[in-house]
Write a protein that binds this ligand. Structure first.
Ligand SMILES: *Cc1c(COP(=O)(O)O)cnc(C)c1O
Length: 354
């Protein structure tokens, strides 16, 4: 397939003070778009001016949520160059999500090449200040107009870009975690391991409950027994328990995070023993009280590493240590961001230069 570059006329004004950049509120001048139908397969790939999509009100995505997405970042290095972090991992996960949701898969090499071309054209939009980046959002929606539940015959796949500010403006800061004992995120056999819109719509109620109680994020328990910790909002969870690393196994209900994967690799190389096992909420709460649970953090593209300061479960509040960012958490945050921004060599072949 050929990628067409359509003429671009206007360009939006960029936020000149990069400390004012938020997350996901501003988008660049161009977008990538391609279309699918059963006869032609994927076709009409192009980079075109960013703007509204035209969708029939009966488009199935608007009724039955046939949607998947990805999230990754491009980083500006000190020498001015631009690099992406593990984009192939994101694109292959995009296809795994597509498969789970009965959507057509994409040609991974073509999507990566198109993405790189889009970023080359939008290079001026990659911010330069410490901690900023260009957030990349590949998306696939069903666009066929019909009311009925079956895999659609028409789809759109597009990529939009958003310059984002440093997540931690005043330095890395711990979050307060609300453990939901009522709502669940993902059941066995469900769609927990797919990055699909419906999962997030279904999570809003628990997030509202957490916010009303003064908490930042929801930690989900498994749906079967409501006993084992799974993941947080859009982050995987990692615990430093005694001197071992514990994280929930993937197993279909937990998203296979690329930051999780990277973090576990760094930890293994530091010599930590890693246990991918079910960890009960009682073990977490007890461990926080008796000091065996030394550190806990979430991992995800948007935040990189998010330290946990305290947890609340069924009215019981526990603080981790002094409620401050743990030493290992800090070290991992630094190691990962040093690789992303090119301040340290990339021994793992994670970085793709533009
Ligand atoms: C995206 C996401 C993550 C983190 O994945 P990364 O690849 O590290 O960004 C974790 N959990 C959920 C539910 C997610 O949507």
């Amino acid at each position: 397939m050929q990628l067409k570059i359509l003429p671009q006329t206007d360009s939006k004004e960029k936020i000149s003070d990069e400390s004012q950049l938020a997350f996901g509120t501003q988008f660049t001048d161009r977008m990538f778009l391609m279309e699918f139908d059963r006869e032609k397969g994927w076709h009409s790939a192009r980079i075109q001016p960013y703007g509204p999509l035209s969708l029939d009100p009966a488009a199935t995505v608007l009724h039955y949520s046939q949607e998947i997405f990805e999230g990754l970042k491009a980083f500006r290095r000190a020498d001015g160059s631009i690099a992406l972090f593990r984009p192939k991992d994101n694109i292959s996960r995009f296809n795994r999500s597509a498969k789970r949701m009965c959507k057509p898969e994409v040609d991974e090499d073509f999507l990566l090449e198109s993405l790189l071309e889009l970023i080359r054209l939008e290079a001026d939009w990659v911010p330069k200040s410490e901690g900023t980046s260009l957030y990349i959002r590949p998306t696939m929606i069903s666009s066929e107009a019909f009311l009925g539940v079956r895999p659609a015959d028409q789809y759109l796949c597009y990529i939009i870009l958003s310059p984002v500010g440093a997540y931690y403006k005043g330095g890395i800061a711990p979050v307060k975690i609300w453990i939901s004992d009522h709502y669940v995120r993902a059941a066995h056999g469900g769609t927990g391991e797919a990055k699909t819109g419906g999962n997030y719509a279904a999570s809003l109620m628990a997030a509202k409950e957490a916010a009303e109680n003064g908490y930042d994020q929801v930690l989900w328990l498994d749906a079967r027994e409501k006993k084992y910790v799974e993941e947080v909002g859009s982050m995987n969870m990692v615990f430093l328990y005694d001197d071992k690393i514990v994280t929930s196994p993937l197993g279909g209900t937990v998203l296979d995070g690329i930051t999780r994967r990277s973090t576990l690799k760094l930890l293994a190389d530091m010599g930590y023993q890693i246990e991918e096992r079910a960890m009960s909420v009682d073990e977490v709460m007890e461990g926080a009280k008796n000091g065996r649970l030394k550190e806990a953090f979430g991992t995800g593209t948007a935040v990189v590493i998010s330290p946990v300061g305290s947890l609340c479960y069924q009215g019981n509040f526990v603080q981790l240590g002094k409620g401050e960012t743990g030493e290992l958490t800090m070290k991992l945050y630094k190691q990962l961001t040093d690789i992303q921004y090119g301040r340290q060599p990339d021994r793992y072949d994670w970085v793709v230069n533009l």
